[in-house]
Design a protein around this ligand. Sequence first.
Ligand code: NGO
Length: 453
Amino acid sequence: MAEYLTGSLKPATGFDIEVKTTGETPGKGNIYLTLMDADTIPGDEGYVIAITKKLITLSAKNAAGLFRGIQTIRQLLPAEVAPGAEQKKILEIATGSISDYPVYGYRGAMLDVARHFFSVDDVKRVIDLIEIYKMNALHLHLSDDQGWRIEIKSWPNLALHGGNTEVGGGEGGYFTQEQYSEIVKYADARYIIIVPEIDMPGHTNAALASYAELNCSGKATELYTGTEVGFSTLCTKKEVTYKFVDDVVRELAALTTGPYIHIGGDESHVTKKEDYIPFVERVQDIVLSHNKKALGWDEISLGVLRPGTVAQFWANAENAKRAVGQGTKLLMSPASRTYIDMKYDSTTVLGLKWAGYIEVDASYNWDPATLVPGIGSGNIIGIEAPLWTETITNMEELEYMVFPRLPGLAEVGWTPSELRNWEDFKGRLGNHAKRFKAMGINYYPSKLVPWIE
Ligand code: NGO
């Protein structure tokens, strides 16, 4: 942790800060990181910071807490400390003390690498950007009609054939298992879980084009590069389909250090309801047999949800309530608030608008615990901001949709609603313009925010 902190301060400060282990309370001029098993540290990822004229002390119960606290130290320092900023020799930081912890245990973002493929380096940059705002989960949407993006050794054509293209007909791509593990390791070091998603039984054209036997017709489909949804389905009646799911989930589970495998389940419009329900139930059992928990889009609540399964609310409140009625917890991704692929307003060139325009205030100004009547904080594990990439083709475009909405969404997951208000937040957000610039982030300069440049 200390090395991570000094490494992140070095580029901007030019200071070569030495890392030492000590049993004693350190003297003047140090940043002291300490783990303690104390009731004074709140929450699971909580931390306490004390800043005096002589010493900065960061205390936490575990490494994750230290990591979150380090992000606060980085934010307390002036913007010049952001990587890429001009070097400044004197960095001032206010004295004081902070005791902080998140209201929700899951605070995430999602990247759709299926509609347009993004490289390992791109995904690492996304991790760098979400870690600053103390998010702790990155969900990767690894398969869809337009592409299969993860090597599966027992079904090699999925990636070799199904990974060949993307929306608009570009060359696509996929992660080898080795590359994928590199992403997982990078995220692990930052106390961020990677949640891999294989969307099924719908959104499966890339798989159906790669293996004829997964189709009820027995014929492989053509690769698809458009943006329609809801036209594909695995053949839920064939036994080979479950062999396929078991192989894929087994290989994926072996690469996954976090607790979840996401099974998709959304918009299976061409799967009959009587076929969809047993499929979703059996797939959850497969996930459990590989010692993981299933996450799925809210439609999965049509079936019986297994213990530990989490439903991701995105559009249908009835589905979400049905999940809660079964005692299932929810991950909150209401499209009208958290879908960062939605346009900011009618002038935004990129993005979609089916869930409405989402200006920066709309993505901040909501409470996950009061959004759907009957669903309260006790039913919720946290929030996630999905970036679907039908219209997003590269990092520059990605950043424009993600920033500046992501810091606010991270705060929705971290800070209790009673302590949040837009008037206060917009001023704090405005202060981040310098940091965005120093990090080379291409952000949308919303007129609602008083940017300080
Ligand atoms: C929907 C759909 C996705 C689209 C996205 C676009 C879910 C869960 N399924 O969200 O396939 O990409 O909207 O906003």
